[in-house]
Write a protein that binds this ligand. Structure first.
Ligand code: SF4
Length: 314
């Protein structure tokens, strides 16, 4: 008899299952688009040099970079996903840099351009940004698409500790996130927050407290959990090469997730449990496995240990 894991049943509210249910079994794929944005933490308006762990290129597969126009990127991305991933439906994902860092009329022009192609197959718009680049006007603009598309707004929370946000030169505080979440109360947008676990100065107990912070905002629908990885082209990469510090091994990170998941509100949909940059950019930790193998390793541990998301949520 097939195990629950073999049947695709997991002990956490995973995005794959959520998409399958929402889109009635159709294969939905995110098409990454580079809108040519910069970032206030790089151009000097908030800071220079960016967050210390960041190399924008590490977020994005090389195949999605350097395309001439948004429409062309969508066309190419859709074609690739149809052929390579047998996808039927698509979510247009403005991912690199800060995708609300422009006046609303300019954002509208770009989003409209992206959504103008193959409209019947494009079911969603996903926009990644910083909490300090969100305001009521931009939220209203994104909400204007919700009658035709599912729209999610992804913001970096990274850490709940201002001390950490300072140390990583984030250029914004946890209060900025709380303020943005306040603007998004009762919004039609699906809110996603992104976190990073494994800053060497944060203890396990400190990291487990992220769950409580996520839980207290019902407007958070999705989360992306990420372990700290060090990439070429980042400030942290330079420091790490000079003086390596402790990073999660795969078994350690898996143990951590197995403690974290029971604390997370059961309705929160987990889009991602870990991140993996292009291997040519990754300095550490290199777990020596492919993405699907890491996913299986973690999922198997969660299943074997009978971990259930939200089982310790009060
Ligand atoms: S992580 Fe995001 S906010 Fe930080 S420098 Fe990179 S693009 Fe900018």
């Amino acid at each position: 008899m097939e195990s629950q894991l073999q049947q695709g049943i997991k002990g956490y509210n995973n995005y794959g299952a959520w998409l399958r249910e929402k889109y009635k079994g159709q294969r939905v794929f995110k098409v990454i688009v580079d809108g040519g944005f910069t970032c206030p933490n790089r151009d000097g308006s908030k800071g220079y040099g960016g967050c210390t762990y960041c190399n924008v290129d590490s977020f994005t597969p090389s195949v999605s970079r350097n395309n001439p126009s948004v429409r062309e990127q969508v066309m190419q991305g859709v074609a690739r996903a149809r052929k390579g991933n047998k996808a039927d439906r698509f979510i247009i994902y403005f991912q690199p840099n800060t995708n609300t860092y422009a006046p609303a009329h300019y954002l509208k022009m770009l989003y409209d351009e992206a959504l103008s192609y193959h409209t019947e197959d494009i079911v969603g718009l996903s926009v990644g940004t910083r909490p300090d680049c969100i305001d009521a006007e931009k939220i209203a603009l994104l909400e204007s698409y919700t009658d035709r598309f599912d729209v999610d707004l992804e913001m970096g929370m990274e850490s709940i500790y201002n001390d950490t946000l300072g140390q990583i030169n984030r250029g914004c505080t946890h209060d900025d996130l709380i303020k943005a979440l306040g603007l998004l109360q009762n919004s039609k947008l699906d809110v996603c927050v992104h976190t990073i676990f494994g800053f060497p100065w944060e203890t396990k107990e400190m990291m487990l407290r992220y769950a409580g912070e996520i839980n207290r905002f019902p407007q958070i629908k999705f989360v992306k959990f990420h372990h700290l990885h060090i990439v070429e082209g980042s400030v942290m990469g330079v420091k790490y090469k000079r003086e390596p510090f402790k990073l999660f091994s795969l078994p350690e990170y898996t143990d951590f997730l197995c403690e974290l998941l029971p604390l997370v509100r059961p309705d929160v949909v987990i889009q991602r449990l870990f991140g993996l940059s292009d291997m040519e950019l990754l300095i550490a930790p290199n777990w020596g496995l492919k993405k699907s193998e890491i996913q299986y390793y973690i999922d198997k541990a969660i299943a074997d240990r009978e971990i259930i998301q939200g089982s310790s949520f009060i």
